[in-house]
Design a protein around this ligand. Structure first.
Ligand SMILES: [Zn+2]
Length: 400
């Protein structure tokens, strides 16, 4: 079989019914977190028909497949995440979630179906491959660090004689034009850090604030001081977002409470900025409180690192997408997205890229489409063959 992008894309389109059927089965039965037994069984079932060696995770229900090419060579990894979100689905689709409070609202069902489609195409073309393709099916992308656990369990050394030396992932996005491939070199998605703090004062009667230590105005000062810190101390060309997303204090009108609680997120696009801003949020809060003779206890919960695309691989994705799908479908993104991804852990270890596959449904303006994570989000299944072909072509090109 020739390595011909047009032929590959047409094979992916011919296989669309199978890809869509699998996606719908996954969509009906979403599972959340690190343990996805039913999803794992569906993936194992689909892989069983193919000449692929399979291992499963120990601490999580991951699946790793290895497809060996006709000749020896390096090992290239393709990743699909498999987990759903704690969302009640309101899409009214005929194949909507049958599990109350769980929904494939981030399109991970489409990722699994597309990677299995790519696995079928690659298995048919294994004579073209000089090396191994690793298929990574991961649970726990939505905040549970599934990719990190898979790395700890030896993901990159699953082919001992040829450790993984490149990686690629596709993410479906509901509010980008359907069938487009969107990517950029360098930072693609942000680092996400969570923080919580408690301002500790002294409770008392609301009529006599001088005999208490009121944490509420101090909490308000902290909120404003954090915004000044971001605009005055952070270089706009290496930006940061600090959001105070939750604040609570007090119980009724005539009592000064003992404490005020605040929590929020920090988003950054470089490791240096991330370190700086995490430190600055704590410093500003502590010193604002100290000015009023109060203290702050602070907790930082590190989230995912910055997702950084390799410059060369991002260019290659655009080139491959243009050859497969046409020039107008390959789009260089002007700016990163401030969401976060645990594929970042892989891109810290090996060069690679994540690309976004637009899947805005027909008849909807992309800008107005319900976004990923929405209870109303709908993905255009017509876009799936483009993702299938892109996964497969990236591996074919890497293992020429
Ligand atoms: Zn996602």
């Amino acid at each position: 079989m020739p390595n011909d992008p047009a032929e590959l894309f047409s094979a992916a389109r011919d296989d669309a019914d199978r890809t869509i059927d699998l996606r719908r089965r996954l969509h009906r039965h979403p599972e959340i977190g690190l343990q996805l037994p039913q999803t794992q069984a569906t993936v194992l079932d689909a892989l069983a028909e193919l000449p692929i060696e399979v291992t499963t995770g120990k601490s999580l229900s991951s699946v790793v497949g290895v497809l060996r090419g006709g000749r020896p060579g390096p090992t290239y990894l393709l990743r699909a995440d498999m987990d759903a979100l704690q969302v009640f689905e309101d899409s009214d689709l005929p194949f909507a979630s049958e599990i109350p409070g769980a929904m494939h609202a981030c399109g991970h069902d489409t990722h699994v179906a597309m990677l299995l489609g790519a696995a079928r195409l690659l298995a048919e073309r294994r004579d073209l491959l000089a090396g191994q393709v690793v298929l990574m099916f991961q649970p726990g992308e939505e905040g549970q660090h599934g990719a990190r656990y898979m790395l700890e369990e030896g993901l990159l050394d699953v082919v001992p004689e040829a450790p993984v030396s490149g990686a690629f992932a596709v993410h479906t996005i509901s509010n980008m034009p359907s069938g487009t491939i969107n990517v950029r070199p360098g930072p693609m998605m942000a680092a996400a850090d969570q923080w919580r703090m408690t301002v500790r004062g002294r409770g008392g009667h609301a009529s006599m604030p001088h005999s208490a230590a009121d944490p509420i105005p101090v909490a308000a000062e902290i909120v404003l001081a954090l915004q000044s810190m971001v605009t005055r101390r952070v270089d706009v060309f290496d930006p940061a977002v600090v959001t105070v997303a939750h604040i609570t204090a007090g119980s009724r009108d005539n009592v000064i409470p003992e404490t005020a609680f605040l929590e929020g997120t920090i988003r950054t696009l470089s490791a240096e900025r991330r370190r700086d801003v995490v430190e600055a949020v704590q410093r500003v809060a502590t010193h604002v409180a100290a000015a009023h003779e109060m203290t702050v206890t602070w907790e930082h919960i590190a989230g995912y690192p910055v997702t950084v695309n390799d410059v060369g691989v991002a260019a290659q994705v655009l080139d491959t997408a243009a050859r497969l799908l046409g020039e107008q479908q390959a789009r260089l993104m002007p700016a990163p997205v401030m969401g976060a991804e645990d594929f970042s852990y892989l891109l810290e270890r090996v060069p690679g890229a994540m690309a976004f596959l637009g899947a805005c449904p027909p008849g909807v303006e992309p800008a107005g489409a319900p976004a990923n994570h929405s209870n109303l989000v709908v993905f255009d299944e017509e876009a799936l063959p483009a993702g299938v072909a892109l996964y497969a072509q990236m591996a074919l090109d890497a293992l020429r």
